[in-house]
Design a protein around this ligand. Sequence first.
Ligand code: ADP
Length: 539
Amino acid sequence: MQSTMMTRPLLLDDILERAARQYPDTEIVSNMPDKSRHRYTYRDFYKRARQLSQALVNAGLKREERVATLMWNHYAHLEAYFGIPGAGGVLHTLNLRLAPDDIAWIANHASDRFLIVDDVLLPLLEKFADKVNFERIFVVSLTDQAIPEGMESYEDFISEPADDFVYPDKDENDGCGMCYTSGTTGNPKGVLYSHRSTCLHSLVSALPDGMALSARDCVLPVVPMFHANAWGLPYSATLCGLKQVFPGPHMDAPSLLELFEEEKVNLAGGVPTIWMAIIEALEAEPQRWKLPKMRMLVGGSAVPESMIRRFDKFDLSIIQAWGMTETSPLASMARLKPAFDDADEDARYKQRATAGFAAPFVDVRIQDDDGNILPWNGEDVGEIQCSGPWITAKYFDLDKSEDKFTDDGWLRTGDIAAIDRHGYIRITDRTKDVIKSGGEWISSVQLENEIMAHDKVAEAAVIARPHPKWGERPLACVVKKSGADLTADEVMNFLRGRMEKWMLPEAVTFIDEVPRTSTGKFNKLGLRQQFEDWDWEAA
Ligand code: ADP
């Protein structure tokens, strides 16, 4: 029997409409290239996002056609987040940290029709302009430089009032946004989000045992808006009608700390690299910054427990999250369940240092190489797989991606994990980074976390190197804190007693910095190449 409920679709347009109606005076603040702050309200944002929608419709944009952005985090990018889907189009955020040829490949694969670009990123566009074919290019003036020949001003493009604009009809399963994985293995793969998946993701991630958002909060996405939808933060924030602060191109620790303090930001999200720089700045000058009580959403790679402890000393609480481009991206968050209310401090930290437990509507399971589904006992380790309404079921315009999905339709994440009896996921590695020593897996993530707890270590990445007896053994590549005096023996002695003997690195080598991917993660492939000819005997 049919229910009596209305079947109104879940659309981003409704998030925007409500935000403007209920919270017209809430502020949106953006740090500009010259560090002045652009300020306006939801009333202005709403007006301009709709003007963008109308201009795109008038320019002939058709349902689900892609509009690319090449932009930092700021108000105009937020307008694109809503204005492009409002027009029935798909917002395709181009990752400006990728190699220019890769950006061109991605824009062509997605058949992007128009491009919105920051004027400060025109030199980057220049590097691949001859390889792409955007019909029109709109330039956002963040500085006072002239708009190049053949391109148009974004301001002029959206200048027409849109009071009478009517959103084109759309289905909740229409595409609204698109991101490509960074493609550290093979070509990048496109993921197409829908209005429905984005609305549900925004709703669920705002729940009290998620980011716990309300209209009283002030959110700053450090995570780039060109990567995995900035973890959905702009959508969840607009849904809740809260103040949004954008860092513009300034992602360094002092600039961010200044924004946190002056704009009273109480939730910020970013990868561990960013937070490592922030904690070092805080520890170097503990009296300098007067921060509000903050929650830091940290994900993208494993968060060392030592980092959570260091932030707690400043009354800044890290919430670890796990996910990927394919999962919109939030799939789990490490909030403490009531079961840990009476647990001792170490046990609570251990739990917070996991990837957390699956969000409502997200199912997770772990599977071994033989296809067996493993129990949630905290011990058995296998590939983590997930399914849910904001998990992709395939890749955009790609025939051969079956190996990324199981026969029964689950996404194979390529992450190796154990799940404990409380449902908390402990990621031990990525499939391509695992270390198999004498038939047993050694967790590079666990080793790295232990090494990074040493107070003379700035960073550490552990990789597998072939070994004549054990197949593979772990090589620890350690970056010393600046000015620190540290030997390999000291690192090994520090680890003894903290880890099983067979899990200890076979050797410790010191490097100047850990190579990074375009999204700030350890580039272990690059590191393995760097140590391709590693010789245990000579070490
Ligand atoms: P890619 O780096 O492949 O472009 P994403 O940026 O979407 O893709 O990153 C997803 C990957 O990041 C996950 O598969 C996982 O390996 C890693 N990751 C994300 N969050 C965490 C976390 N909290 N702990 C460990 N690894 C994480």
